[in-house]
Write a protein that binds this ligand. Sequence first.
Ligand SMILES: C[S@@+](CC[C@H](N)C(=O)[O-])C[C@H]1O[C@@H](n2cnc3c(N)ncnc32)[C@H](O)[C@@H]1O
Length: 262
Amino acid sequence: MAGQSTLVGIDRDDEALTACRSRLAPFGQRVRLLKGDFVEVKPLLQSVDVHSVDGVLFDLGVSSPQLDDPRRGFSFQTDGPLDMRMDQTGPRTAAQLVNGLPEVELADMIFEYGEERFSRRIARAIVQARALKALATTQELVAVIKGAVPAAYRHGRIHCATRTFQALRIAVNRELDVIAPAIRDAVDILRPGGRLAVISFHSLEDRIVKHTLRALADEPQAQVRVLTKKPQVPSEAECRENPRARSAKLRVAERLPQECIQ
Ligand SMILES: C[S@@+](CC[C@H](N)C(=O)[O-])C[C@H]1O[C@@H](n2cnc3c(N)ncnc32)[C@H](O)[C@@H]1O
């Protein structure tokens, strides 16, 4: 961190905050770590007496520690409880959605958030399976999905549970709902010349980021200009080193100086 700058970190995952607290301990009081949602960026910063900032980075989505810990239930590759909450105190688990949503809502969710073309078949199979016994684990859900989709899809390029798991994760954590309001609030607290950067990991997120930044830049009283006409993507070397980076997209906007805001 440059000079005497201060970093305020926000995450809704207690384990991420604990890991970060120990990693950034050498920076002492210059680092403040707060539990909360990105959409609460303004009140969270106010709670530590910060009213404007030089930069904001929203690193969206799920982390490797979350994906790699079977107890969190994010991965279809390991067995664990159907949880998927980023905030372990959150109100809904994936199991509650899988076992509680009516079939049509389940299918719509898997279609909309997973862009899964076999959403209706998968929802129907889930409803049939849960009538016998509630689905409790990731592997129980994977088995139901495998039984619901055509054989060719089961052996396709991506795992046949990928899209359903993505949809559930997005729904459990309301991941898409917070992006636009969080971006707008972050722009509000940027100092002139300050920058907002957003890293997204799938097209649904990136679309919201792109449209929100464009809308902010096109408003009659525009407060920002977008610096990334096209999103920045990782180099081949970075993807080789960290394959999970391959779908990342970075978009950046800069707060205009006061005299430019009409
Ligand atoms: C892609 S990871 C990046 C973590 C960290 N920047 C790093 O590089 O290790 C995203 C992190 O943001 C958190 N997160 C995602 N959406 C959030 C939201 N709306 N509010 C608060 N935290 C969120 C997740 O819990 C996760 O720890």
